[in-house]
Design a protein around this ligand. Sequence first.
Ligand SMILES: NC(=O)c1ccc[n+]([C@@H]2O[C@H](COP(=O)([O-])OP(=O)(O)OC[C@H]3O[C@@H](n4cnc5c(N)ncnc54)[C@H](O)[C@@H]3O)[C@@H](O)[C@H]2O)c1
Ligand SMILES: O=c1ccn([C@@H]2O[C@H](COP(=O)(O)OP(=O)(O)O[C@H]3OC[C@@H](O)[C@H](O)[C@H]3O)[C@@H](O)[C@H]2O)c(=O)[nH]1
Length: 343
Amino acid sequence: MATNGDQQATPKPPPNPSPLRNAKFFQANMRILVTGGAGFIGSHLVDKLMENEKNEVIVADNYFTGSKDNLKKWIGHPRFELIRHDVTEPLLIEVDQIYHLACPASPIFYKYNPVKTIKTNVIGTLNMLGLAKRVGARILLTSTSEVYGDPLIHPQTESYWGNVNPIGVRSCYDEGKRVAETLMFDYHRQHGIEIRIARIFNTYGPRMNIDDGRVVSNFIAQAIRDDPLTVQAPGTQTRSFCYVSDMVDGLIRLMQGDNTGPINIGNPGEFTMIELAENVKELINPKVEIIMVENTPDDPRQRKPDITKAKDLLGWEPKVKLRDGLPLMEDDFRTRLGVPKNK
Ligand SMILES: NC(=O)c1ccc[n+]([C@@H]2O[C@H](COP(=O)([O-])OP(=O)(O)OC[C@H]3O[C@@H](n4cnc5c(N)ncnc54)[C@H](O)[C@@H]3O)[C@@H](O)[C@H]2O)c1
Ligand SMILES: O=c1ccn([C@@H]2O[C@H](COP(=O)(O)OP(=O)(O)O[C@H]3OC[C@@H](O)[C@H](O)[C@H]3O)[C@@H](O)[C@H]2O)c(=O)[nH]1
């Protein structure tokens, strides 16, 4: 273990912000870009940012795993703009803040085209840092608990450097995010860019793609369809699940605060995948079967955030327990699948 990134930093003063920030006739006080804003977390973040009438929100998304449907209530709103854009290409706009989320997050999707995933993480982050540098914007990267790989310390603190396979099938994502974090700190140290890094732990909630492939969405869709819940062997591997409203609150606090991070944002409540399946069965469909299926390579065996930094520096901790969050997601999945509760 060694010192954390933000302790090593000797930041230069940030470049001048865009003159638009203080322009007399500028409609909104804060123009915010959300890359990946048509996705699961991004669209909930947009909802929250749009609640503030002083915010103007621009979403840039290539719709690989996201959808315009997630943003339909904002399309046509005067403070909202949606751009079909791939972050591996430069983007020339004027903004004050950048929430950089664009990247497929479900293992099935990020492994589908690994070269594109690593380009999104590396070239996409370079492009967004270039934009931040040109206009003097503050930029937040949604990094991941996957930077800890298959962690050898538990729970994971931000000072842990991780245990990552650099040539494995998950590397396009976890090594990609690690390079993205490096780029963030190099732009911070070399160019004085204001950076924020969130290390997000498994997040769930309404609007996840039904066939997203991640465990919570899989189990809920399976329970509603009366299909067996597919626990991947051995089933004793653990994850800690954060409800999306808590996640969005944490991201906004990090962006608005004074700390570069990296800061873990996640819910420390830890469950084995067998326990998660049992909870879904009990809450959603007591008749459903639980089966064991084959796992994929390099699946991390344990994962739980130490959130001391988030509590101390952001005054943040999650409020929604798993057993309260699952039914909220069930309602959304039932509506989209067209299967009412008492069919
Ligand atoms: N949900 C989680 O559990 C979790 C955990 C850790 C980190 N994260 C990070 O949070 C962010 C959002 O995750 P999510 O769960 O909302 O995933 P998601 O797949 O629902 O959303 C990702 C969005 O990025 C867009 N996108 C992908 N590649 C792009 C590209 N090249 N150019 C432009 N847009 C692109 C997708 O179309 C989608 O709208 C990601 O950066 C992910 O790595 C999520
Ligand atoms: O149907 C399933 C799907 C998954 N699983 C298991 O559930 C666990 C979680 O798998 P997920 O695919 O939901 O997500 P992972 O935790 O592996 O990766 C996630 O981590 C954090 C983020 O960066 C990303 O959203 C994603 O990479 C794994 O142990 C997996 O083997 C099942 O038991 N059954």
